[in-house]
Write a protein that binds this ligand. Structure first.
Ligand code: ADP
Length: 550
């Protein structure tokens, strides 16, 4: 028997129309540095999105299925593109503005972007690339910036405001198959070449509902969300779609992502929820210590994208009364995989154990752990394996293989349709995930595995340590051994012996690193994660001053 229910496609168009009408008074506030922040209501944003769709269609000839790139910070115009482009049946390709030039060129050409909407402040980045961007016919410039750098370029240049001004505030939205692509995002390539993930209307819709839920980020009209995570990094983790669905106002940081301006905008505009990678919060914490601000509006911050050091969670909670919620995700998962909301009825100590984990999977994310030879690993909280996942907002392939067809590399997708995450960890009987490492970062020492993340977390809990990254280096006797690279806090003169003694109270003796090096800063990827590839290369090239303890 088939159901008797209506079969209505789940589309971004629904999110646009609903937000503009039902939550018309909610606000998008974009930080502008020194001046007054720019403020628009959801109603205004909705109308401007419709005008943008009209302009793209009538003036630039954008058709269904074509790709529109965005090289933009988190701001109101970027949100307008988020809503307009998929609703008209085209695909929004969010470009990672921190990618090296060659990779940026590669992804634009690979996705065949016809139009690029770019912030004026990013023109110096785009202009030199344009001759190599074969498919780009139009460049639409939003916000302040010197347009003259585009003089003589092959593409037609438009001003965003002039382009949308006076356009109709109605659009004949096409009926879209919910399985069609709405947005395209390439992985940031922490462990290899970028790969394209084409999100569907349906996957964005379902994922946003999960972000809305109390199990997710608990979004509602009572909240104001500050997405520090870029809109080019897995759709700002769904926060902006989710806000438009629920009426949570949005504080957009634009290009002001340094700790100082972030603290200023939190104090002035008073967001209640925020999301970013750990390095951003480390920076903010140091800033608040140096120059205190009132950040009491923040109820909860979501930290993910890399393992969150427990010491960071505790510092925010104890010193600023802000609850940190740890979450795990990947570009391939839209990105939400798991969130660490602990169950009820725990002692304070037990509760911390749950909160430090990567958390619980929602009903739509099916999970299993497998061993290197493909056997299932028991979910008993201690047995470790590679995490595999399956579900309606999880990629089943990458975009654009050799013949333009989706492709499924064997190391990423199993024949029975699971995504191999490349993350290694354990899952408890009650479903909580603890990651010990990325498969590529695990230290394989004499047949035993050492978790680089565990060593880092302990080191970063030491009062003299600002940052620490641990990587595997070749070792004649053991195959691999850990190398600890450490950034000390200003003025600290602590020695390696003392740091190792600190670690020895916390991990087994055979896990203690013999090799140590002081560095000025841990190198970061384009989305702000520790870049261990670079540390391994520096070690191999003899660029690090390594001390070997007996
Ligand atoms: P990239 O793979 O290029 O870094 P992603 O943002 O998709 O881009 O990264 C996903 C990866 O980030 C995960 O596979 C995992 O290794 C890591 N990650 C994300 N969240 C966490 C977390 N809370 N703890 C540990 N690792 C995390």
């Amino acid at each position: 028997m088939f159901s008797t229910m209506q079969d209505v496609p789940l589309t971004v168009t629904r999110i646009l129309v609903h937000g503009a009408l039902a939550h018309g008074k909610a606000q998008v506030v974009t930080w502008t540095g020194d001046g007054e922040p720019q403020r628009r209501t959801f109603h205004e944003v909705g109308l401007r999105s419709i005008q943008l769709a009209n302009a793209l269609h009538d003036e630039l000839g954008v058709e269904e299925g074509q790709v529109v790139g965005s090289l933009m910070w988190n701001n109101c115009e970027h949100l307008e593109a988020y809503l307009a482009v998929p609703s008209m049946g085209a695909v929004l390709h969010t470009l990672n503005l921190r990618l090296p030039a060659a990779q940026l060129t590669w992804v634009v050409n690979h996705a065949a972007d016809r139009v690029i909407i770019v912030n004026g402040s990013l023109l110096p980045l785009l202009a030199p690339l344009l001759p190599g961007l074969k498919s780009v016919e139009h460049v639409v410039v939003a916000g302040p910036g010197d347009r003259s750098v585009l003089d003589g370029c092959r593409a037609t240049v438009h001003d965003y405001e002039e382009l949308i001004e006076g356009r109709p505030v109605r659009y004949p939205w096409p009926v879209i198959d919910e399985r069609r692509a709405a947005a395209l995002c390439y992985t940031s390539g922490t462990t290899g070449d970028p790969k394209g993930v084409a999100y569907s209307h349906r996957s964005i819709y379902l994922h946003s509902m999960q972000i809305n839920s109390v199990e997710g980020f608990g979004m509602s009209g009572k909240e104001m969300v500050l997405p520090v995570v870029p809109m080019f990094h897995a759709n700002a983790w769904g926060t902006t779609h989710s806000a438009f669905m629920t009426g949570a106002s949005i504080l957009m940081p634009d290009r002001f992502l340094q700790p100082g301006p972030l603290a200023d905008m939190i104090e002035t505009v008073r967001p209640t929820v925020s999301a970013a990678v750990p390095t951003i919060w480390q920076g903010l914490l140091a800033e608040l210590d140096a120059r205190p601000r009132d950040v009491s509006s923040l109820r909860e911050v979501y930290i993910g994208g890399a393992a969150c050091p427990p010491s960071l969670m505790k510092a925010f909670e104890e010193r600023h009364g802000i609850r940190v919620v740890h979450a795990w995700g990947m570009t391939e998962l839209s990105p939400l995989g798991s969130v660490a909301h602990p169950p009820a009825g725990l002692t304070a100590e037990e509760e911390w154990r749950y909160r430090e984990s990567q958390g619980l999977f929602p009903a739509s994310v099916e999970y299993r752990l497998t061993s290197a030879d493909g056997e299932l690993v028991p979910l008993d909280g201690t047995s470790v394996g590679e995490l595999e996942v399956r579900g309606p907002w999880i990629a089943g392939a990458y975009f654009g293989g050799a013949e333009g067809e989706p492709f499924r590399p064997e190391d990423k997708f199993t024949p029975d349709g699971w995504l191999k995450t490349g993350d290694v960890g354990a899952i408890t009987e009650d479903g909580f995930l603890t990651l010990t490492d990325r498969a590529k970062d695990v230290i394989k020492s004499g047949g035993e595995w050492i978790s680089s993340v565990e060593l880092e977390n302990h080191l970063m809990a030491h009062p003299d340590v600002a940052e620490a990254a641990v990587v595997a280096v070749p070792d004649e006797k053991w195959g691999e051994r850990p190398l600890a690279t450490v950034v000390l806090k200003d003025g600290s003169g602590i020695g390696y012996e003392a740091l190792r003694a600190f670690l020895s109270e916390r991990v087994a003796h055979w896990q203690l690193p013999e090799r140590w090096a002081l560095i000025e800063e841990v190198p970061k990827t384009s989305v702000g994660k520790f870049d261990k590839k670079v540390i391994r290369r520096r070690y191999a090239d003899g660029e690090l001053e390594v001390t070997q303890l007996a």
